[in-house]
Design a protein around this ligand. Structure first.
Ligand SMILES: [Ca+2]
Ligand SMILES: [Ca+2]
Length: 195
């Protein structure tokens, strides 16, 4: 990771951010902003949870876990790194808060723990791996362009065994948030939007 929160002037224009970082963060925001009101809010996360329960045919306790996961993400603890982000109500504010959050010490641990939980949610049969069929549920939940799902699956499957381990999933997520490489093939939340 390069740069720090102080690099961002108080006006906080979108062009002040590194372009690849911005494209990835706008891609994340658009993937989560299901109702298209400009930012991911509580209702969006609940819609995502319901989609996952439906597309993944998740039942009982596992369905409760899905709702709890997305609720905790949408309503983070007030003193947590994400509470700052979830309070934002415009794209510029949201992106600025995301930039600050990603430059907090300990953010890697937070990301690892979040995506470790997410891995378990998308490992629908609790086999310890996400198969390609299970992975397609991820793309359907976020309404991503399915033509690119296999490319990203193969990118994440670094040991080439045809399935995604927890480590592979979490590593890809952390790389997505932290790498500023303009040529990164990582499309964790689908094709990068142009900006
Ligand atoms: Ca599985
Ligand atoms: Ca693998």
């Amino acid at each position: 990771m390069t740069g720090n929160a102080q690099d961002i002037p108080s006006e906080k224009k979108l062009r002040d951010f590194p372009i690849t970082w911005l494209r990835k963060n706008l891609t994340i925001i658009i993937a989560h902003d299901i109702d298209h009101d400009g930012y991911p809010g509580y209702n969006d996360f609940m819609t995502i949870a319901q989609r996952l329960i439906k597309h993944g045919n998740v039942k009982g306790k596992a369905a409760d876990d899905v709702i709890e996961f997305f609720r905790s993400y949408a309503k983070p603890p007030k003193d947590g790194a994400r509470s700052e982000i979830m309070g934002k109500r415009s794209l510029g504010e949201f992106v600025t808060a995301a930039w600050k959050a990603e430059h907090n010490p300990g953010v890697i641990d937070l990301l690892r723990s979040k995506y470790s939980r997410m891995f378990k949610i998308f490992d629908l049969d609790s086999s310890g791996y996400i198969t390609f069929d299970e992975y397609l549920v991820f793309w359907r939940v976020y309404d991503l362009d399915l033509r690119f799902a296999k490319m990203q699956f193969d990118y994440m499957d670094t040991d080439g065994d045809g399935k995604i381990s927890e480590e592979e999933f979490v590593n890809a997520a952390v790389d997505y948030y932290t790498s500023l490489d303009a040529d990164t093939p990582n499309r964790f939340y689908g094709p990068l939007i142009n900006y």
